[in-house]
Design a binder for this molecule. Structure first.
Ligand code: HEC
Length: 101
């Protein structure tokens, strides 16, 4: 029983810290590596870009963000050659979490 409980606690902790890690990576991609904030407003990242849609108002789905970042859309460039797939996933997770909750 004790073992089960310990395993459970361990899983819970790793799950939480993995989510935190993804949020942190996502924020750094948003602010620094891809500079999404130059074009997009996102309150959580304190960005006020006006070139693309306001992400707080758009509330995009994860798949929609991944698609836009990987392939580009309209004047927004594709980030496929700049970001790893882990970074694309993290930035999508970050934008989704900061706008849909
Ligand atoms: C050079 C300016 C620019 C940069 C940098 C930029 N975007 Fe965009 N983004 C745009 C524009 C403009 C649109 C609207 C395109 C359209 O609908 O024609 C857009 C659209 C989007 C959309 C909506 C897609 C949809 O389905 O309507 C999302 C989500 C998005 N951007 C996320 C991001 C993220 C995340 C980053 C950073 C990795 C980023 N953008 C970087 C300009 C930019």
């Amino acid at each position: 029983m004790k073992k089960v409980l310990l395993t459970f606690i361990f899983l819970l902790i790793t799950k939480i810290s993995y989510a935190d890690f993804k949020m942190e990576l996502g924020l750094s991609v948003f602010k620094e590596k891809a500079m999404c904030g130059t074009c997009h407003t996102l309150q959580a990242a304190k960005s006020e870009g006006q070139i693309g849609p306001n992400l707080n108002l758009l509330k995009p789905q994860i798949s929609q963000i991944i698609y836009a970042v990987a392939n580009g859309i309209g004047v927004m460039p594709s980030f496929e050659s700049v970001l790893t797939s882990e970074e694309i996933e993290a930035v999508a997770y970050y934008v989704f979490k900061s706008t849909n909750e």
